[in-house]
Write a new protein. Structure first.
Length: 168
C-alpha cells in the first residue's frame, strides 16, 4: 500500500496503491475484509482521504487530478488540481475545505461547497510539497513538508508563514 486513511468514526480503512483504491472494513481489528475495491486504467499513485461529513472519499493522482468519489468508489466530480502529482490531501476538521499539495511546489485550498473552487494558493515552497496537515489545536493553521523543510502557515495569510524550520 502506498497511501492510507482511517475513518474517524467507522471501522473503515481506505488504501491507495498504484492503480487501485480499496475500502477495508474491520469487523474486528484482527479481521479485515475488502468492502469495496476498484482499479483505474488512466492514473497511478492514489493519495486517499475520507471526507466523513460528506460520506465521500478523495483520491489524488499522478496526473495532478483530484477525484471525488462515493463510498462505492463511483466518480462524483473530477478536476485538475495541480500541474504535477498530488502528494497529500488534508480535510479541514470543521469547515468545508480540503488542502492539496503537489510536485508543482504548490499548496491549494479547495471549497467543496463552491463546486470545488480553489480559494487560495500557497506559494512558499521551492520544491515538491510532500505532506500537509491541519493543526488540531488551531484549525486556521496547517503544517507542510517540502524536502527537509517544515513550514506552518495560516489559512488567512497565504503569502507568509508563521514558522519555518530546515531539517537535517
Amino acid at each position: 500500500m502506498t497511501f492510507i486513511d482511517v475513518h474517524p468514526s467507522e471501522p473503515l480503512i481506505l488504501t491507495g496503491h498504484q492503480k487501485y483504491v480499496c475500502i477495508w472494513k474491520a469487523v474486528q481489528w484482527q479481521d479485515h475484509r475488502p468492502e469495496n475495491a476498484k482499479g483505474f486504467d488512466d492514473t497511478m499513485d492514489f493519495v486517499v482521504k475520507f471526507i466523513p461529513r460528506r460520506n465521500l472519499i478523495l483520491t489524488g493522482d499522478s496526473s495532478g487530478k483530484i477525484n471525488v468519489r462515493t463510498r462505492n468508489l463511483e466518480l462524483v466530480h473530477k478536476f485538475t488540481a495541480h500541474g504535477g502529482r498530488v502528494r497529500s490531501l488534508a480535510v479541514h476538521p470543521s469547515q468545508r475545505y480540503v488542502l492539496s499539495s503537489s510536485d508543482d511546489h504548490l499548496i491549494k485550498l479547495w471549497d467543496w461547497d463552491n463546486d470545488w473552487t480553489c480559494t487560495q494558493e500557497f506559494r512558499r515552497h521551492t520544491s515538491p510539497v510532500t505532506q500537509v496537515a491541519f493543526n488540531p489545536k488551531d484549525t486556521n493553521t496547517f503544517a507542510s513538508v517540502s524536502g527537509p523543510n517544515i513550514k506552518v502557515l495560516r489559512l488567512s495569510f497565504p503569502m507568509s508563514f508563521l514558522w519555518s524550520r530546515a531539517g537535517a
